[in-house]
Design a protein around this ligand. Sequence first.
Ligand code: COS
Length: 392
Amino acid sequence: MSDKSYLDWPFFDDRHRQLQADLERWASANISDDHHGDTDAACRDFVTRLGAAGWLRYAVGGSAHGGQYDVIDTRAICLLRETLARHSGLADFAFAMQGLGSGAITLHGTAAQKQRYLTRVAAGEAIAAFALSEPGSGSDVAAMSCAARAEGDEYVLDGEKTWISNGGIADFYVLFARSGEAPGSRGLSAFIVDAATPGLEIAERINVIAPHPLARLRFTNCRIPKSAMLGAPGQGFKVAMQTLDIFRTSVAAAALGFARHALDEALRRATTRPMFNQMLADFQITQTKLAQMATGVDVSALLTYRAAWLRDQGQNVTREAAMAKMTATETAQQVIDAALQIWGGLGVVSEHPVERLYREIRALRIYEGATEVQQLIIARQTLSAYEQELRT
Ligand code: COS
């Protein structure tokens, strides 16, 4: 039922419209948001089914290694996340983590690394994870302390990572650690660590308001071959940021999917709920809410697909991705809250669709760069553009 008119915007090609229509059909037939109990099993099952149906091919780049295209098509992954999120938060999560967890391999992997990991990620045969945050370093990535010490032809890892999505079920982790070439952001490197590597343990499984696999990892004298490094030594910070530049835009798309679902639910309720001898939708006070929700959805879609389109044109989108992520996640929270208000008491009943959305959206305002980090990025970019203009 969701509004599809945005697909006619000039950001999209026919192949995007076709992709969205095919996925919509598949998702309607194959995805349900009713998966009680074993979240790990449900997540594994989504990865397997998304892989078998070919959707995970879009999450990786390189047609020789299972990718749909040679470079990740940002508009395609945004349409995938938006559509999956509208059907199920966990299905969207399963898709997104395959992309985020392998994104650094797509961008910087050697042919051997791509062959070994990307083909299995694209087929849904290996589960990927992105291990960046630490107990003492979340927003401030350059402050990380997990150490990677060179010893002979190995790196020895010691330290912790936390808030790691797919932690506990992943087959491998793309890990960022301090290799010490320089202080701060210039002394980090990226590595691929297989989950079964001795010295890597799941220190804690973390339960959150919208359940998905999440863990704290501990590395103790964990030895990996030097060939497990991703990109050049000391380039880990940039590798992480480039990966986030792609996937932050897709977080905006997921938030947009949640917001569209909430607007649909609000419309369904407002047009069928009799109150004071008319329908809820007949009250101007309800119409004000619906107008704000619909406008918020379009604003989010415009910013999301602008960032996606620009990246697909080969442009730097650090600023645009930050604007999209900040606006779409914050707006979705407001749209969902308004939908819940329209549903009244029913909206807070456990497992009601809007109650689920209310829990599902919250983490998106935090992960992959909290709203405040996006504000920092946008402000820095705006100031630097202004200063550059003054100099010319
Ligand atoms: N692409 C490529 N390079 C980038 C980049 C990007 N998007 N962003 C920054 N860099 C480069 C900078 O150009 C700079 O390079 P030089 O050392 O050559 O000058 C270097 O990286 C350091 O950049 P900066 O000074 O901006 O780093 P800060 O330590 O100030 O941190 C923020 C910047 C806050 C933006 C970064 O730490 C961040 O994104 N934090 C949030 C992390 C996050 O999303 N966590 C969630 C984990 S995933 S759930």
